[in-house]
Design a protein around this ligand. Structure first.
Ligand code: SF4
Ligand code: SF4
Ligand code: FES
Length: 573
């Protein structure tokens, strides 16, 4: 049913049940928001979106107020603009004001609003927030002094990830966002996904910085190598004025060499390695009556979630390390041996779309004889910083190819960047292993795209296989409950913590434009469309590493280097 409302003197048609914000946005009219997030129930907490409605004594919040027939609204009356300006001034009254040094300088919603509303002097002075920063986490840096209490992080952590590691604590002007018992995030249930960073409007949340330690390593006599995850080459273009989703793999490789990395490897190579090991593990579990369904273990935030919240299901996790860690292990063993380099002198850096990978790299299980497989993890955002720091013109430099071995990939490995990509790659290789033939059509539509859950039933060589793909831990939890309730038609489940997969990871460029994430996803599918090596088992470097080193998937050597184990984790909840 349609409802007629008047906005700034013009009649517009709204839909029954929608909010004023939704109705005016559809007509191209904007009002500023802070606590509002699309697809979440509004809380009306910040009051930045207030509008004036004729006949109402108080200003009302457009994000939470439903349209009514005959409403006459002014979105930018002097009273409204003044109210918004006062809200901004109040938010700034106790803010640290260290914008020049702030991680979010020039990309901060509070800073943008202050400029937009011409807040150029301090009229309201409040006592500065003197909260301690929390740097206890391996992945997430929290600075409560910069927090404006919009609550977006709390809602994402609870509603998208079902973790609830952070919440409002205290009352009145003593309210802050904190983790359980005022202890650091490191002992909380935080799974390090970084989705809170992606929605924070200010510099209150960001990743733990690894840029400085990478620069120190490059400037030392260490042999510094780097790997980049499948989604990185399609995620950085937008930060350099190029069309979102443009694949810049070649120029990115050239840029990494200019920065000083001695070798540039591709994590999509070890995604192929993961597929070889994981598909063998799945087939073995099915044929020998092993624990099913098997869960993927590529996503370290998901693995930590299982350890904390679902320890009874640890046995369902694949024993495969993630592609980052597999490549880390291979660099400091196979690569070190063939190149004759002392593994202790190698400094291994990874570039990931993910903050949880920083945590994963520091896990005790990810070391060999006390030496970490990965020494530093840069997020996509940190890579962008590094490229800018070196004044590299990404648009005009000549593309280069990655180093071999460990730099050649199949397009199946590249698919790991999208939700459903691990599953699609695994099915391509599992089909080949079970039938001895290649799939006629490699593209598996049913598990593509960013739907929260995708399922497929396939019959291969007399084997009936049910598979599911979920992203977002709340969606994963729903599926776990179905399994607990007796669902037994699914044998293999891919879980990614970030909704849509790594293309929307917590380490990616911060944007609220869903089209950018879709462009990254499409770019990966486009690469798969044109590439000639479409399955992990076809990758010539994968064939070579098995011939020369691992012999076969799940061999003793591969178990030693490429597999691991997980255990129950006690945290403060
Ligand atoms: S990193 Fe993820 S789990 Fe941790 S507080 Fe942020 S949203 Fe919650
Ligand atoms: S930390 Fe950021 S997202 Fe969370 S409440 Fe504060 S300002 Fe909002
Ligand atoms: S955006 Fe509407 S109250 Fe915060």
């Amino acid at each position: 049913m349609n409802i007629n409302i008047e906005v700034n003197g013009k009649m517009i048609t709204a839909k029954k049940g929608e909010t004023i914000l939704s109705a005016i946005n559809r007509k191209g009219i904007s009002v500023p928001t802070l606590c509002y997030m699309k697809d979440f129930v509004p809380t009306g907490a910040c009051r930045m979106c207030v509008v004036e409605v004729e006949g109402r004594p108080n200003l009302i919040t457009a994000c939470s107020y439903p349209v009514e027939e005959g409403l006459r609204i002014k979105t930018h009356s002097p009273r409204v603009v003044n109210a918004r300006k006062t809200i901004i001034e109040l938010l700034l009254s106790n803010h640290p004001d260290d914008c020049l040094y702030c991680e979010r300088n020039k990309n901060c919603e509070l800073q943008t609003l202050a400029e937009q509303y011409n807040v150029r002097e301090r009229r309201i002075s409040g006592a500065k927030n003197l909260y301690k920063v929390d740097q206890s986490s391996a992945s997430i840096y929290r600075d409560p002094a910069k927090c404006i209490l919009c609550g977006r992080c709390v809602r994402v952590c609870e509603e998208v990830e079902q973790v609830t590691a952070i919440d409002f604590v205290g009352r009145g002007n003593k309210t802050i966002i904190n983790s359980a018992f005022n202890k650091g995030l490191n002992v909380s249930s935080c799974v390090n996904c970084g989705q809170c960073i992606m929605v924070c409007p200010t510099g209150a949340l960001h990743e733990i910085d690894h840029v400085e330690k990478v620069l120190s390593a490059i400037n030392s006599n260490k042999y510094v190598v780097v790997q980049h995850a499948p989604s990185i080459s399609v995620s950085i273009a937008e930060e350099f004025g190029l069309k979102p989703g443009t694949d810049v793999a070649g120029v990115m490789t050239a840029a990494l060499r200019k920065i000083g990395f001695k070798k540039v490897f591709d994590t999509s190579f070890s995604a192929d390695l993961t597929i070889m090991e994981e598909s063998a593990e799945l087939i073995q579990r099915i044929q020998t009556g092993g624990v099913l369904p098997m869960f993927t273990s590529c996503c370290p935030a998901w693995v930590k979630y299982v350890e904390e919240f679902r320890p009874d299901m640890i046995k369902n996790l694949s024993s495969c390390k993630s592609p980052q860690q597999m490549l880390g292990a291979v660099i400091k063993s196979y690569f070190a041996e063939i190149e004759g380099i002392d593994r202790e002198n190698i400094y291994s850096v990874s570039i990931m779309p993910c903050t949880a990978k920083k945590f994963e790299s520091q896990r005790e299980e990810m070391t060999q004889k006390g030496v970490a497989d990965i020494d530093a993890v840069l997020t996509t955002r940190e890579l962008v910083k590094l490229i800018k720091m070196y004044d590299i013109d990404l648009v005009n430099i000549e593309p280069e190819v990655t180093d071999t071995p460990l730099g050649t990939r199949s397009s199946a490995g590249k698919l790991f960047g999208n939700s459903g990509g691990v599953m699609e790659a695994a099915l391509r290789t599992a089909y080949y292993k079970l039938t001895g033939e290649e799939l006629k059509n490699y593209k598996i539509d049913e598990i593509r795209g960013d739907d929260k859950r995708k399922e497929l039933k396939v019959s291969v060589a007399g084997l009936n296989l049910g598979v599911a793909v979920v992203s977002g831990l709340t969606n994963a939890e729903e599926l776990l409950k179905e399994i607990e309730a007796g669902r037994s038609d699914i044998q293999f489940i891919e879980v990614m913590t970030c909704p849509g997969g790594c293309v929307a990871g917590g380490g990616q460029p911060i944007t609220f434009d869903a089209k950018r994430v879709k462009a990254r996803m499409k770019s990966i599918y486009d690469i798969d469309k044109v590439d000639s090596i479409k399955a992990s088992h076809q990758n010539p470097e994968i064939k070579e590493i098995y011939e020369k080193y691992f012999k076969e998937p799940n061999s003793e050597k591969s178990h030693h280097l490429l597999h691991t184990h997980y255990q129950k984790r006690n945290v403060l909840k």
